[in-house]
Design a protein around this ligand. Structure first.
Ligand code: FEO
Length: 397
């Protein structure tokens, strides 16, 4: 699709990716996605976001069809995840006069990420950027979806660029605007639940910040450009972020394990008995038997989770790596978690899993239950007690 005029001098120069199977490798994306980038043809032209590197050739052609890249003065990155920043090195190659603009949080790593010749310009909440015939302002929106995220607002155009926020992994190859695309309501809610909901307090803070802006159009980084009643999307985000977690979800504990010789499976079974005795519902799954797309739902569908790791030095086994990868897509923010498994020779496998869960935002609320290689009845008693105790921490969280 060719560039599309969004309004005034703002062009959509994004790309469609209808065949994307999973976002960040683990979140299934049955509706595909788009990577949206916008070119503001101001006196000092500016790009907002870029696209995933796979699509760089198509993307650069779109830019060149609208402007001599030597004229581009700024590339604004509202968020530096690779689906938005991947083409940056190629953009700055054809647009050597362009200065990359990022949030302060992003500026700390963007320079090393791309080995840019010019240091990026870091902006903070409320800072402004003069484009000659219009001005952009920046609004901090941390955790939507990474700590580095900000929004960019063009008051003259009443246009808000929000990157992941208000986006959706949905692709209608014939459409750019929400009123042209097919029905993406289900995909919109799925995206919110899996990508934004873990940060719902931050969602409310961000919506509060932008509530007073004049808005003709919201230009997100994924999915349709929202021009038909953009405030409706603010209200959806506010309403959904205020929903309490489902009581049934809160009473479930996912127990995901991998077991090479059956020892971890036996421990998991005994822990599940302890959980059940405490009145919570264990959802017991051997990670090896899980399809990749099932794991995020198990994590979001439980109020807490436990990970069972076999005794192998250093790294967890592949099935557990898949659980950790799913957790790292931020479906687990603030949820109680703990690790169990045979201690093995050094126990570093258990410790590494704990570290990864903490990095993903889970609250590791109980000390790992680490035992010697082969569990016996004394270990099974400890497993049941561990389940009981963990259920207590779930109720306290
Ligand atoms: Fe669309 Fe957080 O990347």
């Amino acid at each position: 699709m060719k560039p599309v005029l969004v309004k005034d001098d703002i062009y959509w120069v994004g790309v469609h990716d209808p065949r994307l199977g999973a976002f960040e490798v683990v979140l299934p994306t049955p509706w595909g996605t788009t990577y949206n980038s916008y070119l503001i043809m101001a006196e000092k032209p500016a790009l907002i976001e870029t696209v995933k590197v796979t699509f760089r050739d198509e993307y650069l052609e779109k830019i060149k069809s609208l402007v001599d890249p030597l004229r581009i003065e700024y590339v604004v990155l509202n968020h530096t995840e690779a689906d938005h920043s991947g083409a940056v090195p190629w953009v700055v190659e054809i647009a050597p006069n362009a200065r990359v603009i990022t949030s302060e949080a992003a500026s700390r790593h963007i320079y090393q990420l791309f080995h840019l010749e010019r240091e990026p310009l870091a902006v903070g909440d409320g800072d402004k950027l003069d484009l000659g015939d219009r001005e952009l302002s920046f609004i901090g929106a941390p955790y939507l979806h990474w700590p580095d995220t900000m929004f960019t607002y063009s008051p003259g155009d009443r246009a808000l660029f929000t990157c992941d926020a208000f986006g959706v992994h949905y692709c209608d190859e014939g459409a750019v605007f929400d009123d042209e695309a097919g029905d993406f309501a289900e995909a919109y809610r799925y995206y919110f639940d899996n990508i934004m909901r873990p940060f719902r307090e931050k969602v409310r803070e961000a919506v509060d910040k932008i509530a007073g802006l004049e808005l003709d159009v919201i230009c997100p980084g994924h999915g349709p450009v929202l021009r038909s009643d953009p405030r409706r999307y603010l209200k959806l985000y506010l309403d959904w972020s205020e929903e309490k977690d489902d009581a049934a979800v809160e009473s479930r504990v996912a127990v995901l394990y991998s077991s090479a010789y059956g020892n971890v499976a036996q421990m998991a079974d005994q822990i599940a008995r302890g959980l059940a005795a405490a009145g919570v519902t264990p959802v017991l799954r051997d990670a090896l038997s899980l399809r990749e797309e099932e794991i995020p739902s198990l994590l979001t569908g439980a109020g807490a989770f436990l990970v069972g790791v076999p005794a192998f030095a250093g790294d967890a086994l592949a099935p557990i790596e898949r659980v950790l990868a799913a957790a790292s897509t931020a479906t687990v923010g603030g949820k109680p978690a703990a690790v169990f498994g045979p201690f093995g020779t050094t126990g570093e496998g258990v410790r590494r899993v704990e570290e990864e869960l903490e990095k993903a935002g889970a609250k590791v609320t109980a000390a790992a239950l680490a035992v010697d290689f082969s569990p016996d009845e004394e270990v099974f008693q400890r497993c049941r007690a561990f389940g009981l105790e963990f259920a207590g921490s779930l109720k306290r969280s």
